[in-house]
Design a protein around this ligand. Structure first.
Ligand SMILES: [Zn+2]
Length: 455
């Protein structure tokens, strides 16, 4: 039977290896991988000479802020930026949309908005706060990909942090669903105490913000959770979100070796920007946990290379330029969050594959295969095997280019990555066999993205 599309002459990279192959697509699905030149029959040919062919990237940590904060981002601009960055599936966080995704009604509302405005497929996180423990079952039935809690102030008053007893109660619930439980892990008491202290001392400098969230806050919070899951013998997976420190990865590795059911995520900014960059860049590089030392960045890469990191995602957390400018003279006033979904793949390729010899299959494992598996979307997503959705990135591994403001599809076109020189660029992105991005242009209209239920 004639395929709809054949992608020819490229080098296919999956989580387990790379090889030259032609790839055929029919009815939105991958139908086969063939030796180069073996198959000629197809309606349309995509020539991928000199290109790498990846399964679509899955970004399991984004904040599109819709409904409620559409001026910050939104599903349309967020998923356009994703497509331009080779991302074909996102999982949107329960905040900073307003209302937050804390019950059935808000989940259904977000599903409808996502379907209406997305150009890629999407899953949704449900929130778990002290206020909605009775709603978790409904969120699970609604197909959420996982649940998220904050161990410290979330930045949004309506999304409350949890304390230890609530963690235990929520965990008991989630254990019944066998879904991922994602945690923002920083010690609330220390962060609170130090933030107030430095503000009382009239410190408004950027270093004051870094000092208010020292390494001990992340290490303590993660260690405490590990203590509980050892005691409670939990069956669900605890997923430590946006871990910033190599020391924390070491703590997590020890627990994994003892059989704890945990996974860990880090982000492009912790792998490519430092505390010194933050002091220069200011508000646009403010995030929590904050950026760390150059030495930590190098050490974190060692852990990426030795397989200790399960997932790399962007934690794309945009806002308006006004929310950032407020903090120009007083860092406490700036919104904390970094825009990075569009540049994640080139940054990790450049810093990892080009600079540090990270094997490309390992990149695909952390950015496509592992998230698909963890969140229950495999093998529909995260794979190039016949029968999988034809979500494909055609990537030029040799192009050297500068990240520029004008090329960004974000609603608010700023990012700490602007000006960075990177090697490797997305040429073309296909969602279920359809070209949605090509050489700087979006080729799809909103409304084609599907909601992915996680069962
Ligand atoms: Zn986040």
């Amino acid at each position: 039977m004639k395929s709809d599309i054949i992608v020819k002459n490229g080098r296919v990279v999956t989580h387990y290896g790379e090889f030259n192959a032609d790839l055929t697509i029919r009815n939105e699905k991958i139908t086969g991988l063939f030796s180069p030149g073996e198959k000629e029959n197809s309606k349309e040919i995509i020539d991928a000479t000199g290109m790498l062919i990846f399964p679509g990237i899955i970004d399991s940590h984004v904040h599109f802020n819709e409904p409620g904060r559409e001026s910050w981002e939104g599903f349309e601009t967020g998923t356009m930026s994703a497509a331009a960055g080779g991302v074909t599936t996102v999982i949107d966080m329960p905040l900073n949309s307003s209302p937050c995704t804390l019950n059935k009604k808000e989940l259904e509302r977000k599903i409808e908005i996502g379907k209406k405005n997305s150009i890629i497929d999407f899953g949704l996180w449900g929130g778990a706060t002290p206020d909605n423990i009775l709603d978790l079952t409904d969120l699970n039935k609604g197909g959420v990909a996982g649940f998220k809690s904050f161990l410290c102030y979330s930045g949004i008053d309506e999304f409350k942090k949890i304390d230890d007893p609530e963690f235990i109660e929520i965990l008991n619930q989630i254990n019944k669903f066998k879904k991922i439980y994602g945690l923002h892990s920083e010690n609330d008491d220390i962060v609170n105490y130090l933030s107030k202290k430095y503000q009382r001392e009239n410190r408004v400098d950027r270093r004051a913000y870094l000092d208010s969230r020292p390494p001990i806050t992340e290490k303590e919070a993660v260690s405490r959770i590990i203590f509980y899951i050892k005691q409670l013998k939990t069956s669900s997976v605890i997923h430590f979100l946006h871990i910033s420190l190599s020391d924390t990865i070491e703590i997590i590795n020890k627990a994994k070796n003892l059989g704890c059911n945990i996974t860990v995520e880090t982000c492009p900014h912790y792998l490519s920007l430092t505390d010194e960059d933050f002091e220069i860049l200011g508000p646009i590089a403010k995030c929590s946990p904050p950026l760390r030392s150059k030495q930590n960045v190098d050490k974190l890469w060692e852990y990426v290379k030795n397989g200790s990191i399960d997932v790399i995602s962007s934690d794309h957390s945009p806002c308006t330029i006004k929310e950032k400018e407020k903090g120009q003279e007083n860092i406490w006033k700036a919104w904390g969050g970094i825009s990075g979904i569009q540049t994640m793949l080139p940054i990790i390729f450049s810093e990892g594959v080009i600079k540090r010899k990270l094997p490309i299959p390992q990149l695909i494992k952390m950015m496509s295969y592992n998230p698909a598996k963890l969140f229950g979307f495999y093998p529909q997503k995260g794979s190039l095997i016949p029968g999988s959705d034809a979500d494909i990135v055609i990537f030029n591994p040799n192009e050297k280019w500068i990240i520029e403001k004008d090329g960004l599809f974000y609603k608010n076109k700023f990012s700490p990555f602007i000006g960075k020189v990177v090697t490797g660029r997305v040429e073309k992105t296909l969602l279920r066999g359809r070209v949605i991005y090509e050489k700087g242009e979006i080729k799809a209209h909103k409304g084609i993205g599907k909601y992915l239920r996680s069962e």
